[in-house]
Ligand binder design. Sequence first.
Ligand SMILES: Cc1cc2nc3c(=O)[nH]c(=O)nc-3n(C[C@H](O)[C@H](O)[C@H](O)COP(=O)(O)O)c2cc1C
Length: 389
Amino acid sequence: MPNSPAPNSSAPNASASDSSASPVLQPVTIGDLTLANRIVMAPLTRSRSDEQGVPPAFAADYYGQRADAGLIITEATNISAQARGYAMTPGIWSDAQVAAWRPIVDAVHRRGGLIFLQLWHTGRISHPDLHDGALPVAPSAIKAEGQAFTNDGMKDFVTPRALETDEIPAIVEDYRRAATQAKAAGFDGVEVHAANNYLLEQFIRDSTNQRTDRYGGSIENRLRFPLDAVRAVVDVWGPGRVGIRISPATTEPGKTPLDGSVMQTYGAFVDALSAIGLLYVHDIEGVTQQTRDVPDDVDFHALRKRFSGAYIANNQYTLDLAEKTLAEGDADLFSFGRPFLANPDLVARLRTGAPLAEAPKQYWYGGGAVGYSDWPGMDGQIVVTGDER
Ligand SMILES: Cc1cc2nc3c(=O)[nH]c(=O)nc-3n(C[C@H](O)[C@H](O)[C@H](O)COP(=O)(O)O)c2cc1C
């Protein structure tokens, strides 16, 4: 049990209201997947892996406890050693990592859930400490503002090394291999992380991509590497088991400026993703965790209309906002991030109107099972999925 749980975490709720009939909480089919409800657990980095990027055994409890989400997207997971940008984050490139993910996936499946792995390369949002002193790589040698999370605490970002043209196809192959490894671990699909200003989005935006080769300049050139990466992953999984995360209006981390023509650039990206037939686009509407306000020329509904697959909306959603958005036809699924931290049975709480617990920030990143896999459900019980085997 965390030392300082939110005051209401297991208190009886006098004002509980029955939302069990909410359309957001009914089963839905997207592609060939039937989801128990329209609530998705958003990817949440928790920094509990070891120095080899192997997730801990108690992550099976954490993810298994949250299996009543219609779909779980894992925390961002490094596709290669080069991809790392934060201490204690998991990977999927080694066999030891695959072996550690397998019981996590099994725990979710035993409890009737579905789980996709989020594939990550951080690019310039990294630090030499994570690369034996070598510089992080990026489309261009432009430094992010702020600090990286290293094993020795927060350290200033450095100016990254611009990738050579002939290094980029090798990273595409890293995506392909990571996708294959995810399949070996038993995942139901994968989400390509093209959001939050990590490597793929650094290539998309003209603010971070000032290359003059075939991967920079025109929109077509800036989208080439992200689309090559998506196609490599689709080769492994088929388009129906691949989603993508985008964040056209997010400036963090790194105080990364937006693209100069957001709708033109991301419109072309979404059109290409739609033509590939991806399962879903997962869109962070606004600035992650901060605001849903966006510049006047950014129109998420217009982007959504250009995509023929499912649309997962994210950022500060509540059940009320999800119901309104669904009724207006502006999204199919809704991902919740922070509410899943301290509410393993979030969907059940939304159904009953029970109060939501809040995880103190000290438990968000780093540490062990405390404040991670020991949050009780509404019944006061902590589910230990290992006991169910
Ligand atoms: C602790 C924490 C870790 C996060 N890690 C990731 C991540 O690994 N990948 C990602 O795409 N977004 C990550 N995010 C962003 C969330 O997925 C989500 O976009 C954000 O929390 C806004 O949704 P919310 O208002 O429902 O919390 C993280 C957010 C938090 C709070």
